[in-house]
Design a protein around this ligand. Structure first.
Ligand code: LMR
Length: 394
């Protein structure tokens, strides 16, 4: 049986992680996988997480099963963090999932269960694992234009034009904030237009929000998701705690399904629990429990928010520094988009050859589409990157 297996395509981001690891150069710079690193190059355990873990160690008396959808308290805490009352709580069903990717996978399974003919519309480009999972599940997908490689901003007219082809019942996958891989985001008035278009066609928005707090702040980053929730009868949200709580390996995510009314919500809630049972049974609890403890404790929450804000501001200042270094070196404002983009990533707009040249000659690792992880930089490596960008003729 196993001899029938075919080699599977490698994930480009994870492949890059391995290439970086195997590079013996000591001055190499990792701008690949989306992991936050502080000035010392460390991905720290956040203070509030450490404190919650300590408390948990002292107080937890059982590791017995919790519930198929996870601890309801986690569902409530996350619903409030993301939606903050934008929609009647009675319309929200939710299930804890193994990370944000688990939430995306479960959302797609839910869509398949409810409407196997639905086409999933993805931004061009999007996080490569989106189309990969959709393809694996044998579902239909299509793309809408999103990023303009020349302006390095959102191609909004192109996007709106493409959304005209969306059919009733189709699902439109949108990045709630901090678009991955481009870093270019819709403004709130543009989001209003997108909702108008979805309302008109009867399509279902599916928001992937993996970087809340990494762009313009916790509330500002959730504003678009809240706006969509306040206007649409149905919606799916996949949220991740990997980045904003720094608990990547704990696999902590949540899928929320917003129904038009409470009757549908009950069936949706049951379906989410059922899907968890079929795929992995009970979701991981450790990360979700820490998140719940932090969000429900004033002191822990305040400390988490303050550390998250420092993280965000650090990324913003790296963006400013990089744009300024490039302004000086090129004597132009060509790279100012780096300061305007938000979140961990920006798409530089370099060719594959230029990306490879930066890797070979300067030990700089970015994804082949020229996505760079701003959080992989520090004040010392920014000038090195700026130099490499100019030397490679980007
Ligand atoms: C990324 O895009 O680098 C992150 O979301 C990590 C991953 O799993 O790909």
């Amino acid at each position: 049986m196993l001899s029938h297996l075919q080699p599977q395509p490698e994930d480009k981001i994870l492949q890059l992680m391995a290439l970086y690891r195997d590079d013996p150069r000591t001055d190499k710079v990792d701008l690949g996988v989306g992991v936050y690193k502080n000035a010392k190059g460390v991905t720290p355990v956040m203070r509030a997480i450490k404190a919650a873990e300590h408390q948990l160690w002292e107080t937890q008396e059982t590791k017995s099963y919790v519930g198929l959808a996870g601890d309801p308290a986690y569902g409530v805490a996350m619903r409030d963090l993301v939606l903050d009352g934008a929609v009647d709580n009675g319309r929200v069903a939710s299930a804890a999932t193994p990370g944000g990717t688990g939430a995306i996978r479960q959302a797609l399974e839910l869509i398949k269960m409810a409407n196997p003919d639905a086409t999933i519309w993805l931004s061009a480009p999007t996080w490569p694992n989106h189309p990969s999972i959709i393809k694996y599940l044998g579902m239909k997908m299509a793309e809408y234009r999103y990023f303009d490689n020349t302006t390095r901003d959102v191609d909004f007219p192109g996007m709106m034009d493409d959304l005209k082809a969306v059919k009733k019942g189709d699902v439109v996958l949108l990045h709630g904030c901090c678009h991955n891989p481009t870093g270019a985001n819709l403004t709130l008035p543009q989001w209003e237009n997108v909702v108008d278009a979805l309302e008109k066609t009867g399509a279902i928005p599916f928001i992937d929000i993996a970087y809340q707090g990494f762009g313009d702040g916790l509330d500002a980053d959730a504003a678009a998701t809240r706006l969509v929730a306040s206007r649409m009868p149905e919606m799916l949200i996949a949220a991740s705690c990997s980045k904003n709580f720094g608990i990547y390996r704990e696999r902590t995510g949540i899928l929320m399904a917003i129904s038009p009314g409470t009757k549908t919500q009950t069936v949706a809630q049951g379906s989410l629990a059922y899907l968890n049972r079929q795929n992995f049974s009970f979701p991981p609890d450790h990360g979700a429990r820490l998140v719940t403890m932090i969000l429900n404790d004033n002191a822990l929450r305040a400390d988490w928010k303050s550390e998250l804000e420092d993280t965000r501001l650090n990324m913003l200042s790296l963006r400013e520094q990089l744009a300024s270094e490039l302004r000086q070196r090129t004597n132009s404002d060509r790279f100012d988009f780096l300061a305007h983009h938000r979140g961990m990533f920006s798409r530089l707009g370099a060719t594959t050859e230029q990306v490879l040249a930066m890797r070979k000659s300067h030990g700089i690792y970015m994804v082949g589409d020229s996505r760079l992880n701003i959080a992989g930089l520090n004040a010392n490596t920014v000038p090195i990157l700026a130099e490499a960008i100019v030397a490679s003729g980007v």
